[in-house]
Design a protein around this ligand. Sequence first.
Ligand SMILES: C[N+](C)(C)CCCC[C@H](N)C(=O)O
Length: 288
Amino acid sequence: MPVEEFVAGWVSGALGLVLGHPFDTVKVRLQTQTTYRGIIDCMVKIYRHESLLGFFKGMSFPIASIALVNSVLFGVYSNSLLALTATSHQERWAQPPSYTHVFIAGCTGGFLQAYFLAPFDLIKVRLQNQTEPRAQLGGPPPRYRGPMHCAASIFQKEGPRGLFQGAWALTLRDTPTMGIYFVTYEVLCRQCTPEGQNPSSATVLVAGGFAGITSWVAATPLDVIKSRMQMDGLKRRAYQGVLDCMVSSVRQEGLGVFFRGITINSARAFPVNAVTFLSYEYLLRWWG
Ligand SMILES: C[N+](C)(C)CCCC[C@H](N)C(=O)O
C-alpha cells in the first residue's frame, strides 16, 4: 500500500488548516457571541484587541488531529482508486478513472475518516461553544479547561461511547460530500487540462478551492444537525436522533436553519482546499 499518499494527505491537510483557522475563529465567534455586528466587525475587533495571534487561538489540537484524519481520507481515497482501477497516483492523469470510481473512492475515504474525526470534532465544537471569558474572577469557571480536560470529562461521564456523540450525523455528512469533493476536483482539473497532461498549479488551486466550496455547500445542512447533536444532552437531552433533530430544528426555526454559517464556511473552504490539493499533488509528484 503506497504510504506516500497518507503522508502527503497529512502535510497538505495541516497547511490548509493553518490557512483556514482565522476564518474558523471568526465563524465560531459569530455563531456563539453577540458582540460582533458581522464578519468585518469581528475581524477588526479581534485584530485590535488580540493582534494577529488572536486569529490563531485553539489551533494546536486540530493540527495534531489533522495528521490522522487527512492521511486517512487521502490515503483511503487513493488506495481505493488503486483497488478499483489498478492505476497508481502517477498514472492517473494519463489514464483517468471514471467519475463513478472517483465518487465511490471519495465516499469510502469520507466514511472511514468520519470515525477518526468524530472525537476530535466533538471536543472542538464543545470548546468553541464555551462563551465564558477565560479568567473571570469570581464568575463560574468554564465546564472544560482545555481539550485534554474536555476529553477526560466526557470519557469519565459517558465512557468511550460518549466521545462518539454525533458521529452518525458526521458520517452522514461526510460520506456523500467527500464523493462530491473529489468528483468536483477531478471534473475541473480535466476541463482545464489538455488530455494526458498533469494539471497546472493554477488549475489545481482553482479546482481544489471549488471542490471545497461545492462540498461544504452540500454538507452545511447536516453540519448544522451534527453540531446540534454534539451539543445535545449537556443540560438535558433534547433530540431522540438525527431525524428528530432535523424535524424539531425546522419546526422551530424554519428551513433557513440548514444554511447557518454557509457564507463564512465557503469563504474558508476556498483557500483551505486550494492549498490542500496543491500541496498534496506537489508532494506526490516530488516523491514520484
Ligand atoms: C466533505 N466536507 C464538506 C465536510 C469537507 C470537505 C473538505 C475538508 C477540508 N479538510 C476542510 O476543512 O475544508
